[in-house]
Design a protein around this ligand. Structure first.
Ligand code: TMP
Ligand code: ASP
Length: 239
């Protein structure tokens, strides 16, 4: 597969065209940002971990019936994916209060919900990714009602599959962010990445944070946390 021109460089990834118009190559960087790019840094080895972890989780989700953009891991940092039109939404599922939920509603971090919550943010850097509801999504024509039903169903199913999977690794899936895209025929598939950048992952026994919050909150041990959570995933034989 020929890597041709760079189409896009995001905060954590570069995206390249290939000689097949239906396929792209994603190249994961070690760069990290937080607070809409206000905080910048590097997490050594993160690109490798996020690439490999995301691919492994996407393959697991495919087996559970959720269509994803994953095609083939090409190298430590590069993956071949299906080209989609990204729906500009961050789809956030939460099992336990943390982060912006705790701040917005004045709920202590760690409060376990009786059922998962789902919310959406409008992916728009100038507006700093504001929270958005389904009727606003329809008004802005970001997605259709039937697409939002599919996205919601997939997101909650991803939560079931990944919560169970991480639990087997001794890790609690606190919350996570997904992005979806449309194939040329309109099919909705899971895109972007699933990694410690986009999930809150807590050690099930100690509650230790094993995700990007260590970077966001200057907790130290950032690289070690990424390596540890990758080790847990790999140590889990069942795929
Ligand atoms: P939040 O509590 O800050 O809203 O974050 C919820 C989840 O979404 C958390 O697992 C981190 C992830 N996330 C992203 O992947 N990208 C983002 O830009 C933000 C703000 C959060
Ligand atoms: N990656 C996002 C940014 O730079 C935010 C985050 O993950 O906290 O804004």
């Amino acid at each position: 597969m020929m890597k041709s021109e760079q189409l896009y460089e995001g905060k954590a990834k570069k995206v390249f065209a290939t000689d097949d118009p239906a396929l792209l190559i994603v190249d994961y960087k070690d760069d990290a940002t937080a607070f809409n790019g206000l905080k910048k840094g590097t997490i050594a080895g993160k690109g490798i971990i996020n690439n490999q972890m995301s691919n492994r989780l996407m393959q697991r989700l495919e087996r559970a019936g959720i269509p994803t953009h994953f095609v083939e891991e090409l190298s430590e940092r590069e993956t071949l994916v299906k080209r989609v039109e990204i729906i500009p939404l961050e789809v956030i599922v939460r099992n336990i209060a943390a982060g912006s939920f705790s701040k917005r509603y004045g709920v202590p971090e760690g409060k376990v919900f009786s059922a998962p919550t789902i919310e959406y943010s409008y992916k728009n850097d100038e507006l700093a990714d504001p929270l958005i509801n389904t009727s606003h999504i329809l008004a802005l024509q970001l997605a259709r009602a039937d697409e939002m039903e599919t996205i919601r169903r997939y997101a909650l199913r991803v939560n079931e599959v990944l919560s169970a999977f991480w639990a087997e690794c001794g890790v609690t899936l606190v919350d996570f962010k997904l992005e979806f895209g449309r194939l040329p025929d309109g099919t909705i598939i899971l895109a972007d990445e699933i990694s410690p950048d986009t999930c809150r992952l807590w050690d099930s026994k100690t509650g230790e944070k094993l995700d990007k919050d260590r970077f966001r909150r200057d907790l130290g041990g950032v690289e070690d946390a990424y390596a540890e959570v990758m080790r847990r995933l790999c140590g889990h034989g069942g795929n």
